[in-house]
Design a protein around this ligand. Structure first.
Ligand code: HDE
Length: 711
């Protein structure tokens, strides 16, 4: 695929360039600029002698090395980042005065970091987990961070519970097992006693937790925020990111294999798409709720375990984010980027969501231990594109040189500077929310409906999605050792959906218990509160919310889909040429998989570079398979069992498969032989039909036969 020309650079990219260093053609020096003529040998007393303490070259090199690591993020440690920009479709000044939401001429630079939550920095990408979706907008009025996830709700309602949640899902503290997995006793011990977790938990059991790509997942700000207009009027808002490629996932069986075949699958996918000029895009959507409608719904807008169904409040798309540039250096950018929900600009404000309120404290605090100093905002990736001046001073790794005699306000000696700004000049002021309340440590009763929305989610899924949810619960609980935990979980799942509970119980070889020890929820607060705030029976305020199902996403593009082409010497060039042209024109990426690496020769005697030898790759890493004809080629392929396994796995995972001419003989040696009438199997058919099957992502109807396929 041709590399697209890079878009013109954003202000942030120009700013970062000031800090970049390019070693091309330059001599190796010490940190002090001294030229070095040997970086391979230490200074010794004699050829075989002891190393001398005097060796400042050795000491500088080793000291730097010894301190290369910084603490990984306590959550979201594994992440991948990219640069891009945001453009607004039309002004929403009726809601917000923020420049980013009113000025359609702006191209606001962004840096985005996607992540998994539970695993360590080196954990595999396809863990069953929530994905972080953090966006830093470098706006003209200062930096705004929208630090969200790929699921619209969170596990808990109050920041006070976050350490408990995270401690329960992280590896167990005695043996540090398991890595990047929620399928263990401590997590379910916590979940089964904390019913507010059930909504986010069922999302985590769905295919949303194993995305096909970062580029194919939605993002959500989760909390209800406020937009503030010029008149000072407020509207509640929820933020959504909608990927232009639609929302797609892999299956759990694939995920397990992918983690072994390519632990960097998502990171590589993002990098390669941007590198190939196939820029990932998301539209920014908002759900607006007028202040006077705050209490209109069956759930509390301040409760982060609840979503506002799009069927009740539609999502208005207001702009688009494009990621068009990979970082120059992983550590400097992706690792050192610091997101803070408290980074906000005039026109956007917080609400009293108790989870958001706690986050406003936590993120600054964590950067202090992660990045080591309150000056983390001076690190190139974190510095705003606007000038900053204040009287904060000194600290570890101060890299700026503030001039002048004064570092206090008010002053006359510094001419009163840096001076304050008026609201009309763009200063931030907090929304004047009236609060007239008692100081009280409790949970609002309006937060205690814990079953209605998980049930709505499950009801809204397609049958194949529901099957995957049942499979995930069965797998996860199957990994737990304690029966009392499994029983509690079965009872809770039964409150969400009886059919689901039955399926999971069958898989576990257990019965759904009729009752469990009271109280159902033990994680509400003081004793009196536990009695008062047990979750009520599920309500049904909406039959289904179609927007929650991935079956209703977009299926109109094959852009960036990876197509494995199985070939050996003598393959039909005519077949490959026409299929390749048709698929690549629509943005798909064709990879030649051959019995060995290097090059192969087609039936027109041309040499072609092999993208992967069959021994180095796996079927689960591709979206579809194509086998061109060529007698000699197909004969060669059939000598290696892995090519048949490759096709069988693609078939099992409901993917599109096409073959031309002799290519059919390879299919005859696989399970496809008995299913040639499958709608996503194309033998000597027009390439348009193959394309449509790839765009459809999977032929889920096929799963009725694939269950019996032993691969
Ligand atoms: Fe975070 N979270 N979080 N979180 N979170 C962090 O901050 C925290 C929550 C999210 O790519 C940490 O810089 C608390 C909700 C993302 O760098 C830490 C609570 C949502 C990222 C932290 C929450 C998120 C983080 C760890 C409950 C979705 C990765 C490192 C009150 C709306 C950002 C860091 C990146 C990271 C605390 C809940 C998303 C410890 C206390 C809800 C995407 O500060």
């Amino acid at each position: 695929m041709k590399k697209k020309k890079q878009d013109s650079e954003t202000k942030k990219i120009s700013d970062l360039k000031k800090s970049q260093k390019d070693p091309s053609g330059k001599p190796l020096t010490t940190n002090q600029g001294l030229k070095v003529n040997d970086t391979n040998n230490s200074l010794k007393a004699g050829e075989r002698g002891a190393t001398l303490l005097e060796d400042f070259l050795l000491r500088e090199k080793i000291t730097n090395f010894d301190h290369e690591r910084i603490p990984e993020r306590i959550v979201h440690a594994r992440g991948s980042g990219a640069h891009g920009y945001f453009e607004l479709y039309e002004s929403i000044e009726q809601y917000s005065k923020a420049g980013i939401f009113t000025d359609t001429k702006r191209k606001t630079p962004v840096f985005v970091r996607f992540s998994t939550v539970a695993g360590s920095k080196g954990s595999p990408d396809l863990a069953r987990d929530v994905r972080g979706f953090a966006v830093k907008f470098y706006t003209e009025e200062g930096t705004w961070d929208l630090v969200g996830n790929n699921m619209p709700i969170f596990f808990i309602q109050d920041a006070m519970k976050f350490p408990d949640l995270v401690h329960s899902v992280k590896p167990e503290p005695n043996n540090e097992i398991p890595q990047a997995a929620s399928a263990h006793d401590t997590f379910y011990d916590f979940v089964s006693h904390t019913t507010e977790t059930l909504h986010n938990h069922i999302w985590a059991m769905s295919d949303r937790a194993i995305p096909r790509s970062f580029r194919m997942m939605e993002g959500f700000g989760i909390h209800t925020f406020r937009l503030i207009n010029k008149k000072g009027e407020a509207h509640f808002v929820k933020f959504h990111w909608k990927p232009t490629l639609g929302v797609h996932s892999v299956t759990w069986e694939e995920a397990v294999k992918m983690n072994g075949a390519d632990a960097d699958f998502h990171r590589r996918d993002l990098w390669e798409a941007i590198d190939a000029g196939q820029y990932p895009e998301w539209e920014l959507g908002i759900q607006i709720v007028p202040e006077e409608d705050e209490h209109k719904y069956d759930f509390d807008l301040l409760d982060p375990t609840k979503l506002i169904p799009e069927e009740l409040v539609p999502v208005q798309k207001i702009g688009k984010m494009t990621l068009n540039r990979n970082p120059e250096n992983f550590f400097a950018e992706t690792e050192q980027v610091a997101f803070l929900p408290g980074h906000i600009v005039p026109g956007i404000d917080f609400t009293n969501d108790p989870l958001l309120q706690g986050r406003l404290f936590s993120y600054r605090d964590t950067q202090l231990s992660r990045l080591g100093s309150p000056n983390f905002h001076q690190i190139p990736i974190n510095r705003p594109i606007t000038e900053t001046h204040n009287n904060q001073r000194d600290g570890h790794m101060q890299t700026e040189i503030p001039k002048g005699q004064t570092a206090y306000f008010p002053n006359t000696l510094g001419g009163g500077c840096p001076h304050l700004s008026k609201m009309a000049e763009g200063a931030f002021d907090s929304y004047e929310e009236r609060i007239d309340a008692k100081k009280i440590r409790t949970r609002s009763d309006s937060f205690s409906d814990h079953f209605s929305q998980p049930a709505l989610f499950y009801r809204s899924l397609a049958d194949w999605e529901q099957e995957h949810v049942a499979g995930a619960y069965t797998f996860e609980l199957g990994k737990c050792k304690q029966d009392h935990i499994k029983e509690r979980m079965l009872w809770l799942i039964n409150q969400i959906d009886e059919d689901l509970a039955k399926k999971v119980a069958e898989g576990l070889g257990m019965k759904v218990p009729k009752k469990i020890d009271q109280p159902i929820n033990q994680a509400i607060g003081a004793d009196a509160d536990v009695k008062k705030h047990q979750p009520g029976k599920k309500k049904m305020y909406l039959d289904k919310a179609p927007a929650l199902s991935m079956a209703n996403t977009k299926f109109d593009s094959i852009a960036t889909r990876q197509i494995a082409v199985l070939v050996a010497d003598g393959f039909s060039m005519k077949n490959l040429k026409s299929t390749k042209k048709a698929l690549e024109n629509d943005g798909a990426m064709m990879k030649l998989i051959a019995p060995q690496g290097g090059t192969i020769t087609c039936d027109e005697n041309m040499e072609h570079k092999v993208d992967a030898a069959i021994m180095t790759t796996e079927s689960v890493l591709f979206d579809a398979v194509y086998i061109p004809g060529g007698k000699k080629s197909v004969k060669e392929l059939m000598k290696q069992a892995k090519f048949m396994k490759f096709v069988n796995e693609a078939f099992k995972h409901c993917k599109a498969i096409a073959a031309d001419d002799e290519g059919e003989e390879l299919l005859d040696a696989t399970f496809v032989a008995d299913h040639k009438d499958d709608t996503a199997v194309h033998i000597n058919k027009k390439v348009e039909a193959f394309k449509k099957s790839i765009a459809n992502h999977r032929n889920w109807d096929r799963r009725k036969v694939t269950d019996s396929i032993p691969v």
